[in-house]
Design a protein around this ligand. Structure first.
Ligand code: ATP
Length: 328
């Protein structure tokens, strides 16, 4: 990869927000300043590229944000960016600031848009994985995942207190439309009796078997952690079917929802975001483009966006077994 002179870059956050995005923005802005590169923050994701919401940013524009959840640049889903005309308008706005590189913090969709934009315009792009789901190929962890996981764990700990006090069965829904990382790991961390995730083919009979075994062992309260995208049914359906089968069970439902997206980023997310933000700017300076910056085995790596969006991170199959063994 040959080094290229980068004079002016843009940074934006797109798709779902994730805690730690601010730490990534801060890292991009300050690294750019350190290497004497102009840096523009673009508000509201790709919509901002089209609507021309560029703001020149310097080290002081990102003071006191490393500890904030959400994204100071705001995020958006942009239908206009999916059109050629929208992307042409975005290109014209980039040209006004001589933008040679764009750092796009988001998920798969964000990277798809970035790749297309670069192919059409020649502007260099680097993706930074910011999503709580942790399902992006090319990085061991995505920005926001650790915080979301800890938020889910704290909430389930509290639910456990009430479950044990009343001999209740709780179905707790955590985020993860396509991926079970939050469910599986928060379930292990809170000693859930069962964990239902979209990557696995679960069955109601197996779940009932788990309840029966738990009852035989003298357990009088249970927590089942269910990922949002569980194919067997959502927490309401699972609770209804369980009540039909066990009319004596005192069943409760808790949907954790958006609290998992918010809040102060954890230390791990702040450090990850700082490393990736710094790495993305360095990557642009070294001539990288159409790649995603990630950390694998504690090293900064760049994965072609085409590959990152095609593949998905797999769950470690042993984790599910561990959860079952330890729920004895
Ligand atoms: P999350 O994982 O949180 O959903 P994401 O980055 O995958 O994050 P999306 O809403 O899928 O979120 O994508 C973000 C934005 O990226 C879209 O609103 C759109 O502007 C742009 N984008 C997605 N797909 C394309 C595409 N095929 N062509 C152009 N732009 C796209």
């Amino acid at each position: 990869m040959s080094a290229t002179e980068i004079r002016s870059i843009g940074v934006l956050t797109s798709g779902g927000d994730a805690p730690g995005m601010n730490a990534a923005i801060r890292a991009v802005v300050r690294t750019a300043h350190y290497f004497k590169i102009d840096c523009y923050g673009v508000r509201e994701g790709y919509n901002g590229l089209i609507k021309d919401t560029f703001t020149k940013m310097g080290p002081r524009s990102v003071s006191n944000i490393i500890n904030l959840g959400g994204t100071i640049l705001k995020s958006a889903r942009s239908a206009d960016f999916k059109t050629k005309e929208g992307r042409q308008k975005a290109f014209e706005n980039c040209q006004k600031r001589n933008i040679d590189g764009l750092i796009c913090i988001g998920g798969d969709g964000t990277f798809t848009g970035a790749q297309l934009f670069s192919e059409e315009t020649g502007i260099k792009v680097i993706g930074v994985p910011g999503t709580i789901d942790n399902d992006i190929f090319g990085t061991d962890y995505t920005i926001g995942y650790d915080t979301a996981l800890n938020t889910a764990m704290d909430a389930i700990d509290k639910i456990r207190d009430t479950a044990t006090s009343h001999n209740r069965v709780f179905f707790v829904e955590v985020m993860g439309r396509d991926a079970g990382f939050i469910a599986l790991n928060s379930g292990i961390a809170t000693g859930a009796v069962d964990i239902l995730i979209p990557e696995e083919t679960d069955s109601i009979d197996e779940m009932f078997e788990t309840f029966d075994k738990a009852a035989k062992r003298g357990k009088n309260s249970s927590i089942v952690v269910v990922a949002e995208g569980e194919k067997l049914g959502n927490v309401y359906e699972l609770a209804r079917i369980t009540k039909q089968h066990y009319p004596n069970y005192d069943i409760r439902i808790s949907v954790l929802g958006h609290i998992q997206r918010g809040g102060r980023p954890s230390c791990a997310d702040r450090v990850l975001a700082s490393r990736l933000g710094y790495g993305a700017v360095k990557g642009l300076m070294e001539g990288q483009s159409r790649v995603m910056a990630g950390i694998q085995s504690n090293k900064l790596v760049f994965t072609p966006i085409a590959e990152a969006i095609k593949k998905h991170n797999d769950l470690d199959p042993e984790l599910k077994l561990i959860s079952e063994v330890l729920a004895l």
